[in-house]
Design a protein. Sequence first.
Length: 439
Amino acid sequence: MKRIICGSRPRLLVAGGVISALLIGQGLSNIGVSASGASGSSGSLVIANIQPFSGPDAAFGPEQQAGCLTAIGKINGAGGVLGKKLSCQVVDTKGDPVDAIPAVDKAIATTSNLVGAIGPSSDEASAVVPILNTDRIPMFANTGQKEFDKSSYKYFYRILAADDSGGYAFAVWCKQAGYTRVAAVFGNTVSSQANVPTLIAGLKHYHIRLVVNQSIAQDQSSYQTEVTQLLAAKPQVIVSEADPQSEATYLANVKQLNNGTVLPFVGPIPASQPDWTAAISGAIGSADYAAKYRSVHPYSATSGAAFSVYQATLLKQSIPKPKQWLNDPYAQAPYDAVTIMALAMLDAHSTKPSIYNADIVKVTNPGSGKVVVHTFAQGKSALAAGHQIQYSGVFADVVFNKYHNSTSGFAVTKVGPNKTEVSVGFVSSANIASASSGG
């Protein structure tokens, strides 16, 4: 992707850049218009959800919005922030920086009380992060791009692991599972391709042979040519990331051309995510999906104090099928992010982004004498009592380094009974450090 460099420049006000009610994908057609989470509610403090809600990566937006709405449901239920309620506003980037720039410019120029953002994603981060940073808007990005591993953006934060860590995590799991011949099949989007370089490096570190490396155009009606090439290389496992429809078509072709047998396949999508499950199970059958698919995704809690509150609050939201987001780290991360921003505002006694930004690290990183809190209400009470706090949420201990990155390990899961997520392994941060050490 050609990088678009943004700095100080005239604002671009293009109609249609902001969608405040219609959310596309995964059954969330009207999310964001409830009493607690109405997009752009009058007088509220606005968190912008800067994501694709249309285009090839349209699934990104709704899961982030589910986490945002769950967080503000809890925050607003506890009295809000300094007398103000919060709301989550959708900004549809369409997964393309050309569309993202005017959409974000319009959101900044026309939204009163814009205090923070979740996003951007990898599709548009190179173009959008500089804009938000210039306008001094704290952002919790879900981009995995390596360029942000050591960036100097003061208002940039990342809870989710970077894609370079994800690529190494794939390699570690292949080693743990005993594979010696691996095929890489990734969509040709920026987001998907970001995993490939470190996957290759990790496989090389473990002396695992990469027998084929395919970058596929998404949403094709058939991948028989690519699959024929793949099968000729005789891989033991496919490591893959693409949109659900492309994955489904590709794997259906594998089963068709491989005498009815699906190869084991590994990807970053949680095994129980509905659109993914429906597409893949429909293409290869539920039994093969359960037996052959393993998900390697950022680790987050599935029990404990913070998770229990997240679960209870999520299930009360006016969101179609809220259970689909229960064990989804890409919904859990924005829940923690919005909670952290709200607590930072309380700690700073200000909702002004340029003031409370410095308090984000203060309310997350450990320190002597800090009170550990697991919810917004606990943090609000502790701060009111004069304590310093450390928020430990669904992502457990978020500890930001000097580049505002916080990385934990990776869970390895499969789909279990009743479409639940079942743990089958773990890739630690130490494993990733070893895989990335070279040699």
